[in-house]
Write a new protein. Structure first.
Ligand code: NCD
Length: 316
């Protein structure tokens, strides 16, 4: 695979391969010195035009654990602040020998646009409200681990919150359904996209109606930075209807799995501390972020046959 820009482009086979590869990377991460020479000589550039904590740091950590060189591009301290265009920025960094761009941008489609200006591989780390494929792979990996089964047939996934502005929701719905899950979304009508009728999901407006039958509860952040008008009456009203409160958490099955991609809005969608919630897998999502991103970087950057070789070395 040359690029990873969307779950659709990856497809079910690609998704399964990356999940398998990530289990080998997790093996490396359990070693006392979690580092292998797999991507020596390769340069990975993180190009983040939008803020990020876990995605950027987990990509950079993943690249370092595979012995790649890393370059970090920070919008506020670069020539973007002098008006340099995206195209000139990409061409300039490509000249420095970049093999892979990990890109996050507020506009949908930027990863496809950039791929026309460089021969390097492109990994989408979030484009507007469109796609965030590595988060979806991390989340499938985390669910697999939690339920201890490779496919999600018969698993009820409930995604709650700001579906309209969420690239995570778009990528995760595709990935979860590819692996066989049944997905329900819970949101106020103003936070649902107009095309929701074409998505492979059931829409419900009452959180209380579905909480007890949920196997995987996926809470989303209210994306106030993407809202240009008042879509909710107030934060407290939203929190009382769509937030994970202690009363709701007590109605979860003991075997349920609770997830959130971070960053959390405490007191808005999350009223419980993940450490007080035995069903929470939120910390595992962060931990798995490194193994999955190692698998993705390795897949786009290694030569044919090297993956098999690495798997054999790890399993030996
Ligand atoms: C998500 C994102 O940036 O899309 N966060 C993340 O990557 N961990 C979700 C969000 O910002 O709400």
């Amino acid at each position: 695979m040359k690029h990873l820009r969307s779950i659709g482009e990856l497809g079910r086979d690609g998704l399964e391969q990356l999940l398998e590869s990530a289990t080998h990377m997790a093996e490396i991460n359990r070693r006392p010195i979690p580092k292998v020479p797999a991507l020596r000589g390769k340069t990975v550039v993180s190009l983040f035009y939008e803020d990020s904590t876990r995605t950027r740091l987990s990509f950079e950590t993943a690249a370092k654990r595979l012995s790649a060189e890393t370059m970090t591009f920070s919008v506020s301290t670069s020539s973007v602040s002098k008006g340099e265009s995206l195209r000139d920025t990409i061409e300039t960094i490509s000249q420095m020998g970049a093999h892979c761009f990990v890109v996050r941008h507020k506009s949908s489609g930027v990863p496809w646009q950039i791929a026309q200006w460089t021969n390097a591989s492109i990994i989408n780390a979030g484009d507007g409200a469109h796609q965030h494929p590595t988060q979806a792979i991390v989340d499938c990996f985390t669910v697999r681990q939690a339920i201890d089964q490779p496919f999600f047939n018969g698993v009820n996934v409930t995604i709650v919150g700001d579906i309209k502005h969420s690239r995570v929701a778009r990528s995760n719905i595709e990935a979860f359904t590819m692996l066989g899950a049944r997905v329900t979304v819970v949101a106020p009508p103003t936070l649902l996209p107009s095309q929701i009728g074409h998505w492979p999901v059931t829409v419900v407006h009452s959180f209380d109606e579905v909480i007890a039958s949920t196997d995987v509860l996926y809470m989303l952040r209210l994306q106030s930075e993407r809202m240009d008008q008042g879509l909710i009456p107030s934060l407290s009203e939203y929190g009382s209807q769509f937030g994970l409160t202690m009363e709701r958490a007590q109605r979860l099955q003991s075997s349920a799995v609770v997830m959130h991609p971070g960053p959390m809005n405490r007191g808005v969608e999350m009223h419980v501390d993940p450490s007080d919630l035995p069903q929470s897998r939120i910390h595992q999502q962060v931990e798995n972020g490194i193994s999955v991103r190692m698998a993705v970087l390795f897949d786009v950057l290694a030569r044919d046959g090297e993956l098999q070789q690495l798997h054999e070395e790890v399993s030996a």
